[in-house]
Write a protein of this length. Structure first.
Lengths: 115, 110
């Protein structure tokens, strides 16, 4: 079964540093997403991406965050200047279509630890 | 009021038991509904979509009550491997994002 893959599985960085989290969505999927989950809390939406542009973003997704699809397969999340509170599990997801009823398929996540 | 509300549990049940989880959502314009399962420190995995007429997948049955803005999941003949956090997830009519509940913890014991 096709999968969403994420790298790295764990990233440790110092406060103020830039990090890039990488994802390879399922190949025939058109919609891409980033979610995050702070330890012990619920999964939160960050951003959705379609047709090479952001289609929706949450209030969490401020100016320090950006997303990019640099080629035909990768989808990246960049955090420009990390803060302690950015420590979380970051999940990439993709869906075949944006239509109602189309489920999201999640990657196995990148655990980001900011020290 | 939370957008998607679930009883956090934990529900501790013996193997073979039947257990039911409930979920309420606040946005009446919500259009799609799902149950996801999440194991500790792992990604959410789609368990099943929830359809208006109700639907069943093996030991799992999902129901939707739009009038009451209420979703349920019934697990019959619980297995040890069913132990996980069950996430109620709603997609609004506009936009593509999923809104997650905080999850209900299920522990099945032998």
């Amino acid at each position: 079964e096709p999968e969403v893959t994420q790298t790295p599985s764990h990233q440790v960085t110092q406060m103020g540093q830039e990090v890039i989290l990488r994802c390879v969505p399922i190949s025939n999927h058109l919609y891409f997403y980033w979610y995050r989950q702070i330890l012990g809390q619920k999964v939160e939406f960050l951003v959705s991406f379609y047709n090479n542009e952001i289609s929706e973003k949450s209030e969490i997704f401020d100016d320090q965050f950006s997303v990019e699809r640099p080629d035909g397969s990768n989808f990246t999340l960049k955090i420009r200047s990390t803060k302690l509170e950015d420590s979380a599990m970051y999940f990439c997801a993709s869906s075949e279509a944006g239509r109602v009823g189309s489920p999201l398929h999640f990657g196995n996540g990148t655990r980001l630890t900011v020290t | 009021r939370k957008e998607v509300e679930q009883d956090p549990g934990p529900f501790n049940v013996p193997e073979g038991a039947t257990v039911a989880f409930n979920c309420t959502y606040s946005n009446s314009a919500s259009q799609s509904f799902f149950w996801y399962r999440q194991d500790c420190r792992k990604e959410p995995k789609l368990l099943m979509s929830v359809y208006s007429s109700g639907n069943e997948d093996g030991r799992f049955t999902a129901q939707l009550n739009r009038a009451s803005q209420y979703i349920s999941l019934l697990i019959r003949d619980s297995k040890l491997s069913d132990s996980a956090t069950y996430l109620c997830v709603v997609k609004w009519e506009y936009g593509n994002k999923l809104v997650f509940g905080a999850g209900t913890i299920l522990r099945v014991k032998s």
